[in-house]
Design a protein around this ligand. Structure first.
Ligand code: ADP
Ligand code: ZN
Length: 446
């Protein structure tokens, strides 16, 4: 069953979707970036926010001589976006706007992002390019299992997939049995899904008696919008029998399609013809040494409605050294560690939820959902890790469960240098989210 769609999808063997923009030399790329940055600097001067700032600093776009001059500008923050809500960053007249998205507000008050027709087209092209890079082709059926509406993941991928010529099913998030039915009925070969939902869908498929490797036609999964570990990628790939490509984006920079993995699966190419990237130390705000982890700062180079200069994403990652075997000039980002807001401190140790996930998902008896709970009792911080076990383990005897509990605590200690309390819970008993997963509950803050 798998082979038919594969054969038709493989007839176009070009390596690049937009050869002239993917296979540039670094010098050509930097020339393009500089041309686009100049235009962006002219454009932003029309927004109340940047216009005001430029006047304050006595700057105008002609005062910039090259890409390096960008570092003379202060950063733009989420707080700035909120303070100027809703129109303070707008650079075009309102009658040029065709779309508005609102960031999902994972961390606090939402922010509004506007698009002109050209912004929507550029965005669709970026996603078409990204999907093409992984091998998706006309002839594929693409099922989009992420929320439509204000979240950019739905419409962003939708327009990109149609631009590429994929048969696109706007399934949206949730309604799991229906999703599986759609996959069966229309031989879905490519999906877009957030990692936590991909994990939650597995037991439902098993319950329905559907073996995805034998009965579904899946071959490519775009998985992103929230942090996940290499271990989760492997679980998803093994279960669904498809290759998983990491996809990164944020509403402030359009949405998905900012950085995307190529078939080498060694980091995500950041589309540098559309975005300028810097990695800074979030404390000192200075650039980190090449290849080191830090906070990613992005400048949009083509956005018309609402370009942002040196936007602090709060996402922590690094630029991978060296060139990608695929030959694309665009540099690669390492898997996101999380947002700086996600990091928690317990007993003096800094931890990201994804580090916990990495340990848990390496243990076969551990199911697909977990939760980290932080508490303070009598002035002592406690970290409790609630772990769903698999159905098979759940029926085992007490002694084996205790052994498993000890192993998980030991492995977590090995990675985190903190010994958490581990609670094993029934399969499917932890809270589920259709949107981005909430892995951390910090009761110390309440
Ligand atoms: P919100 O900030 O409300 O979640 P967005 O939908 O714009 O709104 O989410 C963008 C954020 O999602 C990014 O800044 C990043 O923190 C996270 N994200 C997106 N893609 C990935 C990915 N592949 N890996 C890790 N985190 C991601
Ligand atoms: Zn590559």
């Amino acid at each position: 069953m798998k082979s038919n769609a594969k054969a038709s999808a493989m007839t176009d063997n070009r390596q690049f979707c937009e050869e002239s923009l993917e296979a540039l030399t670094r010098t050509q790329l930097e020339e393009l970036q500089w041309t686009r940055l100049q235009k962006t600097l002219e454009r932003v001067a029309h927004s109340p926010f940047y216009g005001g700032r430029f006047r304050e600093w006595g700057l105008n776009s002609s005062g910039f001589q090259g890409l390096d001059d960008l570092s003379r500008l202060p950063f733009t923050t989420k707080k700035d976006l909120r303070s100027a809500y809703p129109y303070g960053f707008l650079c075009t007249p309102k009658d040029k706007l065709v779309r508005l998205h609102v960031s999902s507000g994972t961390t606090g008050q939402a922010t509004a992002i506007f698009y002109t027709q050209k912004d929507v087209e550029n965005w669709a092209n970026l996603l078409a390019r990204s999907m093409y890079m992984t091998g998706a082709r006309p002839g594929d059926t693409f099922q989009n299992l992420t929320g439509y509406g204000l979240f950019t993941g739905g419409l962003g991928f939708h327009y990109g997939a149609e631009r590429l010529g994929l048969l696109t099913i706007p399934a949206g998030a949730g309604n799991s049995k229906r999703q599986i039915q759609l996959m069966q009925d229309f031989s879905t070969s490519v999906i877009h899904i957030i990692p936590s939902y991909a994990l939650l869908l597995m037991p439902i498929m098993m319950e329905m008696g559907v073996d995805p490797r034998r009965e579904l036609n899946l071959r490519i999964g775009f998985v992103g919008a929230e942090p996940y570990s290499e271990e989760v990628r492997r679980r998803i790939e093994d279960f669904y029998g498809m290759r998983v490509y990491n996809s990164y984006g944020l509403s402030e920079m359009n949405g998905p399609g900012v950085a995307f993995e190529c078939p080498c699966q060694q980091g995500m190419h950041l589309w540098e013809d559309f975005y300028l990237v810097e990695i800074i130390d979030p404390q000192t705000l200075e650039p980190v040494p090449p290849g080191s982890y830090g906070e990613m700062v992005l400048t949009s180079l083509t956005r018309e409605a609402m370009p942002l200069l040196r936007y602090r994403t709060k996402d922590l990652t690094r630029i991978l050294p060296g060139e990608c075997p695929c030959g694309r000039v665009h540099r690669r980002l390492d898997r996101m560690q999380g947002r700086s807001d996600d990091m928690f401190i317990i007993k003096g140790v800094n931890i990201f939820p994804v580090q916990v996930e990495q340990v848990l998902m390496n243990i076969p008896e551990v199911g697909n959902n977990y939760q980290i709970l932080l508490r303070n009792e009598n002035n002592i911080d406690d970290m409790i890790v609630r772990v769903e076990v698999t159905d098979r383990v759940f029926v085992e005897d007490m002694r084996r469960l205790q052994t498993l509990q000890k192993k998980i605590a030991r492995d977590l200690r090995g990675e985190l240098l903190v010994t958490p309390q581990v609670e094993l819970v029934e399969p499917h008993s932890l809270p589920k989210n259709e949107g981005k997963a909430v892995r951390l509950v910090d009761e110390r803050k309440q």
